[in-house]
Design a protein around this ligand. Structure first.
Ligand code: SIN
Length: 302
């Protein structure tokens, strides 16, 4: 009932793991796959190993989490070994892999994407991390840089390429326009919203990086509005992400225009099997409303 086809790829359901949570090792990806996700997105992987920002890198706040991990990862050459170990198991479970890639320029994005391509079904370009100077949103807040990175990767790989967008811009449609012009096959929205928390006893910012990105329930209305705007303006599939904890949240994103959703912080609230729970809740809603999944994508625009 939830089978979904995006860019010619069949997913057993449209409820995926978002990048950044449980994506650093093959065994963690497998654990999430067992929790019922239709696809798992890797941690963002770069050219070289990166220790990330100093601790604390995450703190719970009202309505979600603030994180500034700083894109920690073992580098693409080590990471592909993780993917090699689990690729077949994930295939058997009919779970697709989205490879999240970051870099400081076109060359790095292309090199990592080409190495990732053999092991994943879709490349997701992280041009949106809000707190890694020179990476992520440094590119995704600039339409020219966003265009050239997406164009270069599109020319270099054969599998679908999605761009993950930052909400930390004045006009997200300008950035979306640049990446769609560059030929990306789809959009992922949104990455975290820039924020900060201060420890009033220590009289200092809590995060090692001082500021970070807010995820979780508080950002859902921001994500819904952005997905709505993207759906109104572009003809490529959209994966909605930001504050999804229940089937109702996922349905809201789909009604705004998302063909699939990703869950990150929700794993903390509802456990590894949140994916199965959310799928069951979507199915219950569809049965009650006598609708099919395809009927609800963008239905709120009618
Ligand atoms: C991180 O590793 O710092 C988070 C990645 C992101 O926000 O894109």
């Amino acid at each position: 009932m939830l089978k979904t086809v995006i860019c010619g790829i069949e997913f057993k359901n449209p409820v995926f793991l978002a990048s950044g949570i449980m994506g650093e090792t093959g065994s963690a990806l497998k654990r999430i796959a067992k929790g019922g996700s239709g696809a798992v997105t890797t941690k963002s992987i770069g050219k070289e190993p990166n220790p990330g920002h100093r601790n604390p890198t995450i703190v719970e706040v009202d309505g979600g989490f603030l994180n500034a991990m700083g894109l920690p990862n073992p580098g693409i050459d080590e990471y592909v070994k993780e993917l090699q170990r689990v690729r077949e198991d994930l295939n058997k479970m009919n779970v697709r892999i989205i490879g999240s890639v970051y870099g400081k320029d076109e060359e790095e994005f292309v090199e990592v994407s080409k190495k990732m391509e053999k092991y994943v079904d879709i490349i997701e370009l992280n041009i949106s991390c809000p707190h890694a100077k020179g990476y992520g949103a440094t590119i995704g807040q600039n339409p020219e840089l966003s265009y050239s990175v997406c164009k270069a990767v599109k020319k270099s790989v054969k599998i679908p390429v999605f761009a993950k967008l930052t909400p930390n811009v004045t006009d997200i449609l300008e950035i979306a326009n640049a990446v769609v012009d560059a030929g990306v096959d789809g959009l992922v929205a949104i990455n975290t919203v820039r924020g900060m928390a201060i420890d009033i006893r220590a009289k200092k910012p809590i995060l090692g990086n001082k500021f970070g990105g807010l995820s979780g329930k508080a950002i859902k209305p921001i994500g819904i509005k952005i997905v709505w705007d993207l759906y109104e303006n572009f003809d490529v599939p959209i994966i909605g992400v930001g504050g999804i904890v229940s089937g109702e949240d996922a349905i809201e994103y789909m009604m705004a225009g998302a063909s699939a959703v990703q869950i990150g912080s929700g794993v903390y609230y509802r456990g590894y099997d949140i994916f199965k729970k959310v799928c069951d809740e979507i199915i219950k809603f569809l049965k009650e409303e006598n609708l099919e999944l395809k009927d609800i994508i963008g239905i709120a625009h009618e």
